[in-house]
Design a protein around this ligand. Structure first.
Ligand code: C5P
Length: 320
């Protein structure tokens, strides 16, 4: 029997890009948050050899360039096992949408293979393989609210935020991540000629914003710990107040004005906090309360705290 794994998406709440490093990557600071939108990944291990990937979406590669393939290969080697790995991906998430779908699929394969083989990799080996295959994979080994540093692959679980209602709109304009980083470098080079905060100051202020955001919102103005809707509302208002943004907006919006329009539409629909996710093209809006019909083609979801992320991953029930 194949193992079915729900492969959840992520959004980025704030993303700051540092200067390019010697290895060509950029230093990053971001808060990842897992959400309920997902693909379903089925993993089957039989006798034989080879890694086979099936997906009805022709944009998903079935060869070694697929992150699922690269993880499956490493898991087999690390567990010193042979066998034929058959992976089926049922797409629910956009391809190249900034929601981490390919990275999440790859972690689903890792965890599905462990289940199928009834063996587990050591936690540090899981992380090593994940980070080797891509910067956005390790966050899916944590789930919930996660601080990302380094090139995004160094992950730290944060206290979970309350569950927010979330809508995600993905304009059809695809955005290439390397192209967005290149555009950022060009813009940063131009700005350096003007006087602005140094790149290292910009990185440091991210931690100030996160501190300012997360240290204030557990309490109501009377100093009484607030819960439920009150806390969600207070957190979103504080998030807006800190001015935390995704740096990619500054280069992606000028390149694709249609994406900026989608952000404006979600703001008009009453979302408390709206942002591009990763390098796009998805834009998400967070709400403290469930919202009714909106006029923007978007999918509604909820943010997934850590316990729920892990509980729903292997469960059969369909979630909203
Ligand atoms: O790590 P991943 O394979 O997802 O990265 C894809 C590309 O995005 C890299 O080859 C690099 O060009 C760019 N990148 C970057 N800095 C990061 C993450 C990714 O420049 N922190």
């Amino acid at each position: 029997m194949p193992i079915a794994v729900r492969s959840f998406a992520k959004i980025n709440i704030g993303l700051r890009i540092g200067p390019p490093r010697e290895d060509g990557y950029h230093e990053l600071r971001t808060i990842y948050q897992t959400i309920s939108l997902h693909d379903v990944v089925r993993v089957d291990l039989t006798r034989g050899a080879g890694i086979e990937i099936n997906c009805k979406d022709p944009r998903v590669p079935s060869d070694e360039s697929n992150t699922c393939w690269r993880v499956a290969d490493r898991v087999l080697r690390s567990l010193k096992t042979r066998g034929k790995v058959r992976i089926t991906i049922e797409k629910g998430l956009p391809v190249q949408g900034g929601l981490g779908a390919a990275s999440s699929n790859a972690i689903a394969v890792m965890l599905g293979m462990e289940r199928a083989l009834k063996r587990q990799l050591a936690p540090e080996e899981r992380l090593r393989i994940a980070a080797e295959v891509g910067s956005d994979l390790p966050l899916f080994l944590v789930g919930g609210t996660v601080l990302g540093t380094g090139r995004g692959e160094q992950v730290y679980p944060l206290d979970d935020l309350p569950s927010f209602h979330c809508v995600v709109a993905t304009p059809s304009t695809g955005v290439s991540t390397p192209a967005a980083f290149a555009a950022w470098d060009k813009q940063a080079g131009d700005n350096a000629k003007l006087t602005g905060p140094s790149p290292s100051d910009r990185m440091n202020t991210f931690s100030h914003s996160v501190y300012e955001w997360l240290s204030g919102s557990s309490f109501s103005p009377t100093g009484v710990p607030s819960k439920g809707w009150d806390r969600a509302e207070a957190l979103l208002l504080d998030l807006v107040r800190t001015g935390m943004e995704n740096d990619f907006e500054r280069v992606v919006f000028p390149m694709c004005p249609a994406i900026r329009q989608v952000k404006r539409s979600l703001e008009r629909e009453g979302a408390k906090y709206v942002s591009l996710s990763g390098s796009g093209s998805s834009v998400f809006g967070l709400f403290a309360q469930r919202l009714g019909e909106i006029d923007v083609p978007a999918r509604s979801a909820v943010t997934l705290p850590r316990t729920r992320y892990w509980k729903e991953m292997f469960r059969d029930r369909v979630i909203g």
